[in-house]
Design a protein around this ligand. Structure first.
Ligand SMILES: [Zn+2]
Length: 135
């Protein structure tokens, strides 16, 4: 038995619940294309040395929810500092549409740049500021 959903039909609420769905995305020139299944309930703006320059809005998914459709041989893998994270960018157009690395628990995670997802109104997404510079 499930709990009754009291506000399921209440459309007047300002709060929007992001549904989990599969988004397509990629770089600017189109060589890098991927699919990611996630709920865009929040995105992260980080101030670390690379994010402050690339300006991405990041959403995180486990590797099982990310699928690279094309462009594996079109990307360049940039790593710096502790080299924990693979900053993958398109060698042709330079867009960093995703990065990947190990989460603190050791599992493989992808950080998707929500600005690179097709048809997403990223200005409407709730942004969480993350102080990556202090790490
Ligand atoms: Zn490209």
């Amino acid at each position: 038995m499930s709990e009754p959903k009291t506000d399921a039909n209440n459309d007047t609420k300002a709060e929007t619940k992001a549904e989990t769905k599969t988004y397509a995305g990629g770089c600017h020139c189109g060589k890098v294309r991927f699919e990611a299944t996630l709920a865009l309930d929040k995105v992260m703006a980080c101030n670390c040395s690379i994010c402050s320059k690339t300006g991405g809005l990041l959403a995180f998914v486990p590797a099982s929810q990310f699928k690279l459709l094309s462009g594996e041989d079109a990307t360049t893998d940039y790593q710096f500092a502790k080299k924990h994270i693979h900053h993958t960018f398109c060698a042709t157009c330079g867009i960093r549409s995703f990065a990947h690395g190990a989460a603190p628990d050791g599992s493989s995670m992808y950080a998707i740049n929500a600005r690179c997802l097709d048809g997403v109104d990223y200005d409407a997404l709730p942004v969480t500021r993350y102080d990556g510079r202090s790490l």
